[in-house]
Design a protein around this ligand. Structure first.
Ligand code: PDD
Length: 291
């Protein structure tokens, strides 16, 4: 994945090679910050407003003051794509930390937040979207404020690595048998035509694609119930899928070595994939259920 050369930092556009962080940076030393990952298709952001809104909810929750309005940040993010002549599929990683200051747990006074954003190429993973992925299940060992898109991702990183070591794409997390979400995605179960997913409480990240999926289900008249399902429910599921800005709407076909039904992506998942492609204006319609 290639990184584009122009980086947005402290409202300025710099070449990535000139970006230097002091080691006394609160994001590095305490994970004292938050982030966003925003999808880009054909050089245009998808769900940008939702991401900017969530970024402001996250900074408010951890009491970081940003010297920017939502509108100003949005304009700068748009300019970042222009400055990089970005016209393909990719993503922007945007990070805000409490700033650079001598190491001390208490908040530093009169220190500006550090903000930076950069663009990476990210082609759509058509084979996975078509065929689906395998997952493992793991205990959710994270903290109580998962709705904040915090930089503290150690439990998520460990879970994703364990998934990889088991030949899987994602780890589905559960709190004592109740499924919360994936290590970097939201998770859904379909049973008898109804979609179930964990409610948007403090225990999960309120995914931007999750919000879009809620909208699609209303348009398509598919019932969606915000109620956590259990590990036992999975054994009996008609379909499972996950969503995120990088994964889109992705079928889950195997859980801990057991196939979901016949091991093929389900009908409702396909409908939501189509709705996603339409909403994001994706010209290359790729999912076979379109035929
Ligand atoms: N992660 N849940 C968690 C824990 C996540 O980290 C993410 C996204 C999601 C889905 O959110 P959204 O639909 O807004 O992308 C749910 C990003 C992609 C990441 O950390 O790379």
């Amino acid at each position: 994945m290639s990184v584009h050369p122009v980086i947005l930092t402290q409202s300025k556009f710099l070449h990535r090679d000139s970006l230097k962080f002091p080691f006394e940076e609160r994001g590095l030393q305490f994970g004292d910050g938050i982030y966003e990952v925003i999808r880009i298709y054909a050089g245009k952001y998808y769900l940008l407003e939702e991401h900017v809104d969530r970024l402001f909810r996250s900074i408010e929750a951890i009491k970081i003051k940003l010297p920017l309005t939502k509108k100003e940040l949005t304009e700068q993010l748009l300019e970042l794509l222009e400055k990089n002549s970005m016209d393909g599929d990719g993503k922007v990683y945007l990070q805000v930390t409490r700033g650079s200051a001598p190491r001390d747990h208490v908040f530093p006074e009169n220190v500006d937040a550090n903000i930076y954003a950069y663009v990476q190429d990210l082609p759509r993973n058509l084979a996975k979207l078509e065929n689906g992925v395998s997952v493992i299940t793991l205990q959710d060992i994270r903290w109580d404020y998962c709705y904040i898109k915090s930089l503290n991702l150690l439990p998520n990183v460990l879970a994703k690595q364990e998934a990889k070591e088991n030949g899987c794409y994602e780890a589905i997390l559960h709190k004592n048998g109740l499924v919360t979400e994936g290590s970097s995605s939201n998770v859904y179960l379909v049973k008898d035509g109804t979609i179930y997913t964990h409610p948007a409480t403090k225990n999960i990240l309120h995914g931007c694609v999750r919000m879009a999926v809620e909208r699609f289900t209303k348009e398509l008249d598919i019932p969606l119930i915000e109620e956590a399902f259990t590990l036992e429910d999975i054994a009996d599921a008609d379909e499972l899928f996950l969503t995120s800005s990088t994964s889109e709407v992705l079928p889950i076909i195997k859980v801990n070595q057991d196939f979901v039904q016949d091991g093929k992506p389900g009908k409702i998942t396909r409908l939501l994939q189509q709705a996603y492609e339409k909403d994001a204006n994706l010209t290359k319609q790729t999912v076979s259920a379109h035929n």
